[in-house]
Design a protein around this ligand. Structure first.
Ligand code: DX5
Ligand code: ZN
Length: 216
């Protein structure tokens, strides 16, 4: 069954604990945490302090998406704050293998993120070392953007490569996921769908999660 990872970027930050409990009760599989530094992406969001604050309110894995430059400097802080999965951008990591090892040394699952224009081939040598690949279907920085259809063949390519190499990393998709686009991601081989606005902008979060999961 497709996993759904609501992104708290679209939640009500004044009621963050209750918002997270609401999506957990509504059937979410992961809580997706978007960390932005105002350098790698043109927006600033949250840091380890918030991860630490939300850790006790949910038993779901915290899926921490680092949209930051020099992630090596912050990996330990996010791990200690309670991250279960940390993903870093290929475009932000000149020494990607080292960065992945740093994440794993902290006992956290490690993943790599690709922007829409970054080819899948750029991470082929590291696929055997990672637990997740996150393919962006928007340019990172903001919630509520439109799904970029031209990324769908990358999902198919990555799924085929995973089979060819007999690997088992998860394929996660992030950006513009809602009923209609979720279907295309699943058909192409995605395992985990991040959804921000399509979950948190709906009154009934359980119904929103279900409609994304069951979009076929
Ligand atoms: C974008 C973030 C996404 C974002 C998705 O930079 O990485 O996780 O919250 O938001 P929606 O689902 O609204 O496109
Ligand atoms: Zn994200």
């Amino acid at each position: 069954m497709t996993k759904i990872a609501p992104s708290i970027l679209s939640a009500d930050f004044a009621a963050l604990g209750a918002e997270i409990q609401d999506v957990e009760q509504g059937g979410a599989d992961y809580i997706h945490v978007d960390v932005m530094d105002g350098h790698f992406v043109p927006n600033i969001t949250i840091g380890p302090l918030i991860v630490d604050a939300i850790r006790p309110v949910t038993s779901l894995p915290l899926d921490v998406h680092l949209m930051i430059e020099q992630p090596d400097q912050y990996i330990q802080a996010f791990a200690q704050a309670g991250a279960d999965i940390i993903t870093v951008h290929q475009e932000a990591c000149p020494h990607l293998h080292r960065t992945i090892q740093l994440i794993k040394q902290e006992g956290v699952k490690a993943g790599v993120v690709l922007n829409p224009a970054t080819p899948v081939d750029t991470i082929r040598p590291i696929l055997q070392d990672i637990d997740m690949v996150l393919l962006m279907t928007v340019n990172p920085g903001f919630g509520g953007q439109s799904f970029i259809d031209s990324v769908v063949p990358k999902i198919e390519q990555l799924d085929s490569l995973r089979e060819e190499l007999s690997l088992s990393f998860e394929i996660e998709i992030d950006g513009g996921v809602k009923p209609g686009t979720a279907k295309k991601c699943k058909a192409a081989g995605a395992d985990v769908l991040v959804a921000g606005s399509a979950v948190f902008n709906q009154e009934d979060r359980a119904a929103a999660i279900q409609s994304i999961r069951e979009d076929a």
